[in-house]
Ligand binder design. Sequence first.
Ligand SMILES: Cc1cc2nc3c(=O)[nH]c(=O)nc-3n(C[C@H](O)[C@H](O)[C@H](O)COP(=O)(O)O)c2cc1C
Length: 204
Amino acid sequence: MAFVKLKPGALLSPVPPVLVTCAGENIRPNGLAVGWAGTVNTIPPMCSVSIRPGRYSHDIIRDSGEFVINLCGKDMMQALDYCGVRSGRDEDKLKKCGLTCVEAEGMQYAPAVAESPLYLACKVESMTPLGSHDLFIGRVVSMGVREDLWDESGRIALDRADLLAYSHGTYYELGKALGFFGFSVARKDVYQKRMKELRGTNRK
Ligand SMILES: Cc1cc2nc3c(=O)[nH]c(=O)nc-3n(C[C@H](O)[C@H](O)[C@H](O)COP(=O)(O)O)c2cc1C
């Protein structure tokens, strides 16, 4: 099949749409939707968010040196989208959306959102202007998982978090589990056992 050649764009897809929260001294907590978020290092753990300089949150993050990435389940979709189309300059978006700010360990100002399945609290390591967006790289200094998603066995049950995906302007919910890391080379008995477990996590 031939390709239709298009002008270049950064169309990585799907991406995780996240709610990035921030605050500062005498600045109330705010949140914005971010589609351009990424994992950039494992040890030490680091994530990135790309934010346009014009966003109200941009200077708060730059000046406070911290931000929290809140993963979003489908029950947060309405709030996430709202926080992505309205500015904290004009209103208290988190309050308006009925989101609950809670302390994120290691953060001086930025809260986590209690409704989020999992948060990553980040200290800004660097800010790199790229053009339309500034790339913030954050070192993850703490991570919290919502209590109901923490199994007795010590597993983070993200399969129960109804996480959202974002693809080319549309929100989706994740579908069924199809495989696991390394499945293509797994021993047959391991493959069968793991796949049985995985299929058990699929919602009907
Ligand atoms: C799904 C979605 C993804 C978005 N991704 C980004 C992003 O990666 N970077 C960015 O600067 N703005 C992004 N935006 C836009 C901001 O969230 C939006 O401009 C927001 O109103 C900024 O809020 P603030 O002015 O309170 O900071 C996104 C919006 C939506 C709805």
